[in-house]
Design a protein around this ligand. Structure first.
Ligand code: PHE
Length: 515
């Protein structure tokens, strides 16, 4: 298992790769919208608290679980206790599911970046462009290209692939975003109520706790969690590639800070841009998800006119590509690492086999989004996958992660190991206290409240049962898998079968050569 020992080449490389995973579509199409909707500054305040109390705590716990085992997520949880492997298995299944739709959206963003350069229609007449774009074969081509680029980087390995790509894409992403913001801030505006300043006021000017409400608090916690790529294998896997002397506390805080910074900045490009180019309040208030990126923002660029609009649009979507690509890489890496270590496959083989499967399922998601609106249990494939993982499974994995560190490995051992790795950090007692109490409790509260809310008739009502059911099926699969992995009789039977088939092949080849 020599391959398991690869590490990031530098501390900065690790931080940029982890930040690359964290900074993704969530920062761009969800965070700004939540701020606008839930009372501006009030939401930001709660979000920051949640990043500190929940996000950074879970992040250190996950990085530590990976770091101490120096192995894939299943083995990492297995090292804590062999009956926790199911958590790791869920941590392989979840990124696998998420990557199928993430690649589709990354493909759309790539398509848009290119369209801004070659297709004058997008800038002249953005109305309805998105609908026809996602239902054309071009969307599939870009989806495949985007996935291909991801696989190429993951095949390159930790240092030559992931670290190198992150070191280029992350600074470039910041630069692109800053340029777009500066340009947007200089827009002249379209009269009263439609200026950059109005946009800023809408985004950050309010500080309204009445608008925040309990809903807003829940949304802030859920968002911090998704945005930081927690509750799945990513931080465990990346943590396992850190070298000696990596300060886990400092690294996690830096990643949290970078992620929050990009989320905040994204809003400075979006709202002032929408206000100054005369978007309706209705559009602005609903500015989230694909509709924001591919419809509302396209209108902003088209209002800038051809020339400037083309360039700014291209830059904006290149920014989105970098954000999505560095996130997708991390998702694929979790799955690849597991297979390559477990089956002793080469990195290329592991990545390509799983990349192929992701591609196949992604194709259905892609077609389901544009060509034929098929749905399962009344949800689009994308929404269904997103809800099963994001709302149900990720909080469970993170919750269990905290308990694993606090109650299975136990504080005494954790401190000892941290010291041995040269990874002790200031405030680790506080971190441990949070890991064992406040954080898991908060996680459970968010989880239960979210469930209750979603079952309400004004939300999804009884059909939400299909979401919970889907998550339950995945959990059962992981449990059974764990049972089989740890069942000696089953493992001996498998081993014997393998030996028998190897012997048969040998016999056959011997006969062949005798002939
Ligand atoms: N953090 C990413 C985002 O904000 C999403 C993501 C979650 C990526 C989990 C990888 C793993 O969009």
């Amino acid at each position: 298992m020599e391959k398991a020992k690869s590490t990031f080449g530098s501390k900065l490389g690790f931080i940029l790769a982890a930040a690359g995973s964290a900074i993704g579509l969530g920062n761009i199409w969800r965070f700004p919208y939540l701020v606008g909707r839930y009372g501006g500054g009030a939401f930001v305040l709660v979000y920051l608290l949640s990043v500190l109390l929940l996000g950074s705590v879970v992040m250190v716990a996950e990085m530590y679980i990976g770091r101490r085992a120096k192995s894939n997520i299943v083995e990492s949880y297995g090292k804590a206790n062999k009956w926790l492997k199911w958590l790791g298995l869920l941590g392989v299944i979840v990124p696998f599911v998420i990557s199928t739709y993430y690649a589709v959206i990354g493909g759309w963003a790539s398509g848009y970046a290119v369209e801004y350069i070659i297709n004058p229609v997008l800038i002249k007449n953005p109305e309805g462009f998105f609908g026809s774009f996602i239902s054309s074969p071009i969307a599939i081509v870009f989806f495949i290209l985007f996935l291909f680029a991801t696989l190429l980087i993951v095949c390159g390995g930790i240092q030559k692939g992931i670290e190198k790509a992150s070191k280029f894409m992350m600074p470039a992403l910041f630069l692109l975003l800053l340029v777009v913001i500066v340009y947007v801030m200089c827009l002249p505006g379209k009269g009263e109520g439609h200026t950059v300043v109005d946009g800023l006021k809408f985004y950050m000017g309010q500080f309204d706790f009445a608008k925040l409400g309990w809903d807003g608090v829940l949304a802030a916690m859920g968002q911090s969690f998704y945005s930081l790529s927690l509750g799945m294998g990513v931080m465990v896997s990346y943590g396992s590639y850190t070298g000696k002397d990596t300060n886990l506390g400092k690294s996690a805080l830096t990643v949290c800070a970078l992620d929050t910074l990009v989320a905040l900045l994204a809003g400075f490009a979006i709202f002032p841009g929408m206000f100054a180019t005369g978007a309706s309040l209705e559009t602005i208030k609903n500015a989230a998800g694909p509709g924001l990126l591919f419809d509302a923002m396209a209108k902003v660029f088209s209002n800038m006119g051809s020339g400037a609009g083309n360039i700014v649009g291209f830059m904006f979507f290149t920014f989105v590509i970098f954000a999505a690509l560095t996130s997708l890489i991390s998702l694929v890496e979790v799955v690849s690492q597991y297979t390559l270590e477990k089956y002793n496959w080469s990195r290329t083989k592991a990545t390509c086999v799983f990349g192929g499967i992701i591609g196949l399922i992604g194709l259905f998601v892609c077609i389901g989004m544009g060509w034929r609106e098929y749905s399962i249990f009344g949800f689009s494939l994308l929404d269904y996958f997103d809800m099963v993982t994001n709302q149900i499974l990720m909080p469970i994995i993170a919750f269990a992660g905290c308990l694993t560190v606090g109650y299975v490995i136990k504080p005494k051992n954790v401190y000892k190991e941290l010291a041995e790795m040269g990874s002790s950090f200031k405030g680790q007692k506080l971190w441990m206290a949070l890991t064992m109490s406040v954080t898991p409790v908060l996680l459970m509260v968010v989880w239960v409240m979210g469930l209750v809310d979603n079952f309400k008739p004004e939300a999804f009502g009884a059909s939400y049962g299909w979401v919970v059911g889907g998550a339950a099926v995945l959990m059962v699969i992981a449990f059974v898998w764990n049972l089989l992995l740890e069942n000696t009789k089953f493992q001996t039977w498998k081993q014997n079968k393998k030996l028998a088939s190897e012997a048969a092949v040998e016999e056959y080849t011997e006969e062949e050569s005798n002939n």
